[in-house]
Design a binder for this molecule. Structure first.
Ligand SMILES: *[C@@H]1O[C@H](CO)[C@@H](O)[C@H](O)[C@H]1NC(C)=O
Ligand SMILES: *[C@@H]1O[C@H](CO)[C@@H](O)[C@H](O)[C@H]1NC(C)=O
Ligand SMILES: *[C@@H]1O[C@H](CO)[C@@H](O)[C@H](O)[C@H]1NC(C)=O
Length: 302
């Protein structure tokens, strides 16, 4: 009895207003992954929204961490190889963890591949808008990351909601639109694309992005693209195709302005294409390239 009263007392005084953070006495490990049941979702698709606000929130920045296939917000958050909880604790920014209702994210239906089409991309955009309002995220400080299916979705979000996102750091995906389903099926796998057989000119790949949000002429998120040279799930060729896509969107060439070996670590190569596109080619690395917290945060300016 006494302990439950004590716990209730602590709950009220230690953690109330967790979203604001920073006030009053701080107790260790109060922050936890929490579901937001109503995030003002305007989409037909209904993925879950989970949020992790570190104790003593300092940075009014947001990182959206998007899971891979056969995962969920909770599994991704708990995965020790996924460093975004650690990043949030260290630099004290907000993180949002979308949770799919299908095995993989829908990056194949027209609904998800168009601005406000009502698919998963529209739902994640609703999460971003909600988080920006609710947690006071500053304009220009919304970042997106993900691995595999989450990386594909990162590309799709960059194409459909460029106005909401400042920068993207994605690990082992495919170009936006590459998984399109000829029959319009949602969350469908695409063997042609995964095998690296969906190839096109930079112009054509750029057109795919531009068609997802026709007429958009504002700023677009800076893109950091990681891929492993021996990826057996999403063929390494997808690295080149994704680079072609975004360099075209930014109007720069597909030849790197500089290439730095052993960066950000031994065996990796950093290819720069001006200030808006960076590729990181991980030699000898398969699916998927592990998240590199420092390098992704640096790309985000966190
Ligand atoms: C959610 O929608 C309601 C009703 O439109 C609105 O009053 C509220 O401010 C919205 N919340 C956020 C955080 O956007
Ligand atoms: C797979 O994607 C390509 C584009 O990358 C598309 O042309 C093709 O129709 C898709 N395949 C299926 C079976 O939907
Ligand atoms: C950019 O788009 C806005 C809104 O659609 C439009 O008003 C403006 O004229 C466009 N600017 C250019 C340079 O195309």
């Amino acid at each position: 009895m006494f302990y439950s009263i004590l716990l209730a007392f602590l709950a009220v005084f230690c953690c109330s207003g967790g979203g604001k953070g920073g006030q009053g006495k701080v107790f260790a490990a109060a922050a936890q992954l929490t579901q937001v049941l109503n995030y003002n979702n305007t989409a037909k698709a209904k993925p879950g929204m989970w949020v992790y606000i570190p104790d003593k929130l300092q940075s009014r920045a947001l990182v959206v961490a998007i899971h891979s296939c056969q995962s969920s917000a909770q599994k991704y958050f708990a995965n020790s190889k996924i460093p975004w909880r650690q990043g949030a604790d260290r630099k004290r920014y907000v993180t949002v963890w979308p949770s799919s209702t299908t095995e993989c994210w829908d990056v194949s239906s027209r609904a998800s591949l168009s601005r406000d089409g009502g698919g998963d991309s529209t739902a994640i955009a609703s999460m971003i808008r909600y988080a920006v309002r609710e947690y006071g995220v500053e304009e220009g400080r919304v970042f997106v990351t993900g691995g595999s299916s989450g990386a594909m979705m990162s590309n799709v979000l960059a194409a459909t909601y460029p106005d909401l996102i400042s920068a993207v750091s994605l690990y082992s995906g495919v170009p936006a639109g590459c998984f399109v389903s000829a029959s319009g099926a949602a969350a469908a796998w695409n063997n042609t694309c995964s095998a690296g057989q969906s190839t096109a000119s930079p112009q054509k790949w750029g057109d795919v992005v531009r068609a997802m949000y026709p007429g958009y002429n504002g700023t677009r998120p800076r893109m950091q693209i990681w891929h492993g040279s021996v990826d057996a799930t999403l063929a390494p060729r997808n690295y080149d195709e994704t680079i072609k896509q975004w360099t075209n969107v930014f109007g720069v060439g597909t030849t790197p302005t500089s290439s730095t070996p052993d960066s950000p670590e031994k065996g990796y190569r950093r290819d720069d294409f001006g200030k808006s596109v960076e590729g990181i080619w991980a030699v000898g690395v398969g699916h998927s390239v592990p998240s590199h917290l420092d390098a992704s945060e640096a790309w985000f300016g966190l």
